[in-house]
Design a protein. Structure first.
Length: 180
């Protein structure tokens, strides 16, 4: 099973928008708003955010309305398919919005630590860890890592002994999010 990014939106207060993208896109990605491509349903073209763009957090519900347990355990539910509408949320700095993503959902040159800043780099929809100090005000989106939560559990695999299934959730507080 692949590691698909999981997004936590416990403290996100921005408006929800519908987007469409020409490639598969994971939850926890950051996109910029392009042209309105479907005026009847208010669907915007998602695009790779430039350094000066306001961004929107991709957070499409992974749960399928079919209540069959097997259906809802399908890893494909965590990928938003190309050319299909998905949800993304505005992130508000003045409300101190926070969201969480898995550490593998962030591009980083080193370990991600509390106090690091994150932004976008204009080449991908992934969040980019830029470490410290705070990026220049020419960036439209700036976030700060406020918590690194290690989670997991040990389980017995028989003769192999105890093996752990662990991960890291990175909680990011929105410092700035506006087009500059």
């Amino acid at each position: 099973m692949a590691n698909y990014n999981v997004v936590e939106t416990t403290k996100v207060s921005g408006r929800c928008f519908d987007f469409i993208y020409d490639k598969d896109i994971e939850n926890g990605s950051l996109v910029a708003k392009g042209d309105l491509v479907d005026k009847e349903r208010n669907i915007y073209q998602a695009k790779i955010p430039a350094a000066g763009d306001e961004v929107f957090l991709v957070a499409q519900a992974a749960w399928d309305y079919d209540d069959t347990p097997i259906t809802n355990q399908n890893e494909e539910n965590f990928i938003n398919k190309a050319n299909k509408p998905f949800r993304a949320y505005g992130l508000l700095a003045h409300n101190h919005d926070k969201f969480g993503v898995e550490d593998y959902g962030i591009t980083a040159d080193a370990d991600i630590n509390v106090g690091d800043y994150v932004t976008v780099d204009g080449t991908t929809v992934k969040i980019k860890d830029v470490g410290e100090p705070k990026p220049a005000e020419t960036y439209g989106f700036i976030g700060k890592v406020v918590e690194v939560e290690t989670y997991g559990f040990a389980y017995c695999t028989g003769t192999a002994g105890n093996v752990g299934a662990v991960g890291k959730r990175i909680i990011i507080e929105v410092v700035k999010n506006e087009t500059v």
